[in-house]
Write a protein that binds this ligand. Structure first.
Ligand SMILES: Nc1ncnc2c1ncn2[C@@H]1O[C@H](COP(=O)(O)OP(=O)(O)OP(=O)(O)O)[C@@H](O)[C@H]1O
Ligand SMILES: [Mg+2]
Length: 259
């Protein structure tokens, strides 16, 4: 298997959702790390306002859903009206995370043939103040097609008017063609890299694919950094190109922006 990426598939979060430590224990060091990630994302706001962001990765099970959900919670906690969208139609997790039904969701909106998309009928409250959620919905046979549709871009435009932040959990870029296409329409993309699992070559390829569509890479979240036996969680915001893209680092600033 290219990049050996099937080795680390973990289905736990699809069954039971991801851990929302930012809700369960906001004072913990890890919650503080998620707030740092939020702050760093805000800090990118140099040329234009960052309102639509996606989290993706090279391969599956790097922590995208955990990171996107916790970062969305910290945004809501900071008073930003936020919507979190589960657009990983192959491995959805948002409904078990917030313990809501998935009988309707993103796919319901994307397959609706009506002229007006009534997003509000499908979007749910999360139970967290300022945070709304849009679950994946029933899994279609053609997830790539649905997510690449103009409907999806229209939906993001509509949500942008309604919310301060639109946060999207996307399928891994090496597994899903639509990811690359979608990220090019957003203000920024953040790659979640799992230190122990991700392979240099795969991360490099993911970056290349994002660049091919002129997607703006806001930065990296290095997940599982220096797991030290206290539960294994550790999040750091990886600045620049920690995977040996030395030449890139010189050309670009700390946050992957051209100087
Ligand atoms: N830093 C960490 N330390 C220990 N376990 C972690 C860490 N980050 C994530 N996990 C666990 O790894 C599994 C995968 O995490 P998560 O579902 O967030 O990843 P994902 O990239 O969204 O996966 P998928 O590709 O399946 O959507 C989950 O069981 C989660 O609890
Ligand atoms: Mg996921």
């Amino acid at each position: 298997m290219a990049f050996g990426r099937k080795k680390h598939l973990d289905n736990e979060s699809m069954k039971n959702g991801v851990k929302l430590i930012t809700l369960a224990n906001p004072q913990s060091v890890i919650s503080e790390q998620f707030r740092n990630i939020r702050t760093n994302i805000n800090f990118m706001n140099v040329d234009k306002e960052v309102k639509t962001i996606a989290f993706t990765s090279d391969m599956a099970s790097t922590g995208k859903s955990t990171v996107s959900a916790n970062v969305a919670v910290t945004m809501a906690q900071a008073g930003k009206k936020t919507i979190l969208i589960d657009a990983d139609l192959r491995r959805p997790t948002l409904h078990p995370t917030f313990n809501v039904s998935n009988s309707n969701g993103l796919t319901t909106l994307l397959t609706s043939r009506g002229k007006e998309m009534d997003a509000s009928s499908v979007i749910r409250e999360s139970g967290v103040e300022n945070l709304s959620i849009l679950t994946a919905g029933p899994i279609p046979p053609n997830p790539s097609e649905l997510l690449s549709s103009k409907h999806m871009l229209d939906l993001i435009e509509v949500l942008k008017q309604e919310y301060d932040m639109v946060v999207i959990d996307l399928a891994p870029i090496l597994d899903a063609g639509e990811t690359q296409q979608l990220t090019s329409s957003l203000d920024g993309t953040i790659l979640v890299v799992r230190q122990a699992h991700s392979q240099k070559l795969a991360v490099k390829r993911a970056v290349e694919l994002l660049k091919l569509t002129n997607s703006t890479i806001l930065g990296y979240v290095m997940n599982d950094v220096d797991a030290d036996g206290d539960g294994g969680y550790g999040y750091g915001y990886g600045y620049g190109y920690g995977y040996g893209y030395g030449e890139e680092k010189e050309k670009k600033g700390l946050f992957g922006r051209k100087k």
